[in-house]
Design a protein around this ligand. Structure first.
Ligand code: FES
Ligand SMILES: [Fe+2]
Length: 429
């Protein structure tokens, strides 16, 4: 009997569940904090972080409503009055070009009784008119008219609630927080690495969307490591020289990639181009890198040959790949002739929208200067594969058999990401 009890104790506890029953409003915060405290650094997260509705709600409040999010490219808003909606969780944001080229991001919530104002995903408006009782707002959110309001009504108190907006080399970021986090050094580095690519004057050649049946953190973790590149992405490995050494860490491929990088960096610097990585601090919320694609490859294409006209300040193909990340979900990848900007938007605890946006030179003409199939080949095939493996990852994580698993040497970025994430959602004292 005694032994049986001891044996029972030795069995690891079942996955902690975080349901409404276990944690009603009063103890919900405490339960999430217990889970955070139980996290083993260097391991994936416990199951509820990838599946639970209450933690998803916390993610929305502490991560997505507090941080800078990439929402789209400036070429979607060429003329005054052009707008598009950015929808995330319960929030809908009108991103609109107002007077004097100014961009605004406004909560799509009428200040009368709260109706949505813009119902179409994009379009052009001279003013923003609520379809319910016709309160009318200027493109900067100021209330212009509100019929039949009583004497003393002060329209200036009822502007649409704004978000912070920042444009980084043509990429529009918004932040819903009252006081956005100070990410100036991250944006400065992004500007430096993006500038040569000329994205501010680019156009969207194509955008594709995938609905991934997984929590947003599984999508981000997958995008943040190349441990899976060997098994999952034969095409990516055939293009990117870093992929196999990053998968296996075998001595010879690692050494040969280091030699290729040293040769390429010398050439890139002779051309006056950037190379290497900033910042050096691995715990920073952002990173920018420039590395070689592969010996003899000029761009990220099936045979390494150009797929579009050179962009920005590049006068020749240097065979480099530029990439960047800013927590929580902002990324870019760019070659000398095109760029791909992913947008990861949580839709629910186990659903995430992945959008890939391909940018080319603004004057490039389809079928004359670029072929969409060739341009989109690498990141389309890679994202198709990523959707499949991340869907399968979520299915396994949902099992009663799932436990936190250890990250490999090539997944150390995930150790840092999960630590940052847990810090964000922790109950503030
Ligand atoms: S809710 Fe918008 S005008 Fe009434
Ligand atoms: Fe992948």
């Amino acid at each position: 009997m005694q032994r049986a009890r001891q044996r029972r104790r030795a069995i690891p506890p079942k996955q902690p569940a975080l349901t409404k029953d276990r944690c009603g409003p009063s103890n919900q915060s405490a339960s999430i904090d217990e889970l955070i405290a139980a996290h083993r650094p260097g391991f994936s997260l416990a199951q509820p972080f990838y599946s639970d509705a209450l933690i998803f709600e916390r993610d929305m409040q502490r991560v997505f409503q507090q941080h800078w999010l990439f929402v789209g490219h400036v070429s979607r808003l060429r003329r005054q009055g052009d707008f598009f909606l950015f929808t995330i969780g319960a929030e809908s944001i009108i991103v609109v070009r107002g007077k004097e080229e100014q961009l605004h991001a406004l909560f799509n919530v009428c200040r009368h009784r709260g109706s949505r104002i813009c119902l179409q995903p994009q379009g052009n408006r001279r003013t923003l008119v609520c379809p319910y009782h016709a309160w009318t707002y200027a493109l900067n959110g100021k209330l212009l008219s509100a019929p039949a309001m009583p004497a003393g009504f002060d329209a200036s108190e009822f502007s649409l609630r704004p978000c912070h907006v920042r444009v980084v080399e043509g990429l529009i970021f918004i932040c819903m927080a009252k006081k956005p986090p100070e990410f100036d050094s991250a944006f400065r580095d992004w500007e430096q690495f993006l500038k040569p690519h000329g994205l501010a004057r680019a156009k969207i050649a194509k955008s594709l969307t995938w609905e991934v049946n997984a929590n947003w953190k599984l999508v981000v973790e997958n995008f943040g490591e190349c441990y899976h590149c060997g098994p999952a992405h034969p095409e990516y490995c055939s293009v990117m020289a870093h992929a196999l050494p990053d998968t296996h860490r075998a001595r010879r491929p690692v050494e040969s990639f280091a030699k290729l990088t040293a040769r390429w960096e010398e050439k890139a610097r002779q051309l006056g181009n950037l190379a290497g990585r900033v910042p050096q601090d691995p715990d920073a919320v952002h990173v920018c890198v420039r590395i070689p694609i592969r010996e003899g490859f000029l761009t990220q294409s099936v045979d390494g040959k150009p797929v579009a006209p050179l962009m920005g300040s590049f006068r020749e193909y240097d065979g480099g790949y530029t990439g960047g990340r800013i927590y929580p979900v902002n990324y870019f990848v760019a070659s000398c002739d095109h760029a791909v900007i992913p947008r990861f938007t949580p839709l629910g605890p186990q659903r995430t929208e992945v959008e890939m946006i391909w940018l080319v030179h603004k004057d490039a003409v389809e079928n004359r200067d670029y072929d969409l199939q060739k341009l989109t080949w690498l990141w389309k095939v890679t994202t198709d594969q990523d959707k499949k493996i991340v869907d399968d990852n979520q299915a396994g994580v949902n099992s009663l058999a799932y436990r936190q698993g250890p990250y490999s040497m090539t997944e150390q970025g995930l150790t840092r990401f999960t630590a940052w994430y847990l810090q964000q959602i922790q109950q503030r004292k």
